[in-house]
Design a protein around this ligand. Structure first.
Ligand code: DSN
Length: 443
């Protein structure tokens, strides 16, 4: 039969361009990662054609014998990796997973506690007014001490005062180790459930580079695409401690994911999670976890040498927050835009006690998962820090106008000028030369 001459969809051209962009640039967004060919191959497989509402051996659709095997494999590998008795791999992503845990453990109006967004917490940890967790539950938010570390004394005082039913220990822009044992002592004292959201640090927990929350928390959730290096998805684990507190906990979590909040699971994602879990059980993954932290520490010292200030003066994990207030309020905005032109993509972020605003923040959030997965090591981190230092120095006179109304026009003009700025384009060429020698996935 003659093959039809398919009119190539421009989408394929755009995907190719995005791949080139990723190869030519250096990615420092701490929540992103590149995954293996094996993970990516099952994502575009026939598994996405199948409905499998329900759980293995309890489906609402026929023809799920093989999907059952895949989901059971994913569960078993994760149970082994994290030493937990129950795992749900169906949440579509991190926010739905956290919503499911909250729906399972709380009634509308119950009190929950989480780290404030402005201190490095996540929207789903009770951010007031605009989020599901902030509107349907009474949310109490804790913060940081003067050294930019979680203020455990404040957590305890707030817990004693408000008697939350749920305490969330989890972060999205926090460069330091979490002390799950301290969180557990507080949760146990007030009889609260402890949820550890380890989305950012799963790969570090799995490799022993960060304390595991499993002995301390009742529920542990994570996305599967950050340091874990799997597909976009999430998992919710119930610990033995959780089952001891509430023997129905696993069932409550499963029912909150399906049928309460979701429909059919994305089987291709389930299979990719199973593959990522098998990869995480390999010895190379331990090396990868170690290198993530070594790279973060190398980046921190080279950034300090370049004259940049870090929130809390360093990092214990994969993430760093650069405090750009010495260059002007809101300066994270200009730096993020200029770095993008110079071939380095990161994200502008608020810093603790942000003097400007979330839209024009004074910090830059960076991390090492993407570059570590590409095989870069300490010497490349030094180069990256020097490039960041050169970009900051080059644009340091570009100040945001104080008047709100003038900011938009300033940024439009700034972006236009930076797009053809010779210094930035020269750095971009240097970045490209280095980046092109590293594959996206080197493990
Ligand atoms: N958006 C994720 C991050 O960048 O950290 C959290 O959901």
């Amino acid at each position: 039969m003659q093959q039809k001459n398919l009119n190539p969809d421009p989408i394929f051209e755009l995907v190719k361009k995005e791949e080139e962009r990723q190869k030519e640039m250096i990615g420092l967004i701490p929540s992103e990662n590149h995954s293996s060919e094996a993970v990516r191959s099952v994502l575009s497989s026939c598994l996405s054609s199948k409905y499998a509402e329900g759980y293995p051996k309890r489906r609402y659709y026929e023809g799920n014998q093989i999907i059952d095997e895949i989901e059971i494999l994913a569960q078993e590998r994760l149970k082994k990796l994290f030493a937990v008795p129950h795992v749900n791999v169906q949440p579509y992503s991190g926010s739905p997973a956290n919503s499911a845990v909250e729906f399972a453990l709380l009634e509308a109006g119950d009190t929950m506690m989480g780290l404030a967004l402005s201190s490095g917490g996540h929207l789903t940890h009770g951010h007031p007014k605009v989020t599901f967790s902030g509107r349907y539950f009474k949310s109490v938010q804790y913060g940081l001490d003067q050294n930019a570390r979680i203020d455990y004394e404040q957590v305890r005082q707030l817990a004693l005062e408000h008697r939350p039913k749920l305490i969330v220990a989890g972060t999205t822009a926090y460069p330091f180790a979490l002390d799950f044992q301290k969180f557990a002592a507080i949760a146990d004292e007030v009889g609260a459930y402890l949820l550890a959201d380890i989305s950012h640090i799963t790969g570090l927990v799995a490799t022993g580079e960060h304390q595991s929350p499993v002995p301390y928390a009742h529920v542990v959730m994570s996305t599967t695409h950050k340091t874990f290096r799997g597909p976009r998805g999430a998992m919710i684990m119930v610990t033995q401690k959780g089952l001891d507190k509430d023997p129905d906990l696993a069932d409550k979590i499963d029912k909150a994911v399906f049928p309460a909040l979701q429909g059919g699971p994305h089987n291709e994602t389930t299979a990719a999670i199973a593959i990522a879990a098998a990869e995480a059980l390999q010895p190379e993954f331990k090396q990868y976890g170690k290198q993530i932290r070594l790279n973060a520490q190398a980046l921190a010292s080279a950034l300090r040498e370049a004259g940049l200030k870090l929130v809390g003066d360093g990092t214990d994990n994969h993430l760093l927050l650069i405090d750009l207030t010495p260059f002007g309020e809101g300066f994270g905005t200009q730096v993020a835009f200029a770095l993008d032109v110079a071939g380095i993509y990161a994200n502008r972020n608020t810093i603790p006690s942000e003097p400007c605003s979330p839209f024009y923040p004074s910090g830059l959030r960076i991390g090492t998962p993407l570059v570590t997965t590409r095989g870069m090591k300490e010497q490349e981190m030094t180069k990256i820090a020097q490039w960041i230092g050169r970009v900051v120095d080059h644009i340091k006179t570009e100040q945001l106008p104080v008047e709100q109304a003038a900011r938009r026009a300033f940024l439009q003009d700034f972006k236009k000028r930076m797009a053809k700025d010779e210094v930035l384009l020269k750095i971009r060429a240097e970045v490209k030369e280095l980046a092109s020698t590293f594959p996206l996935f080197a493990w």
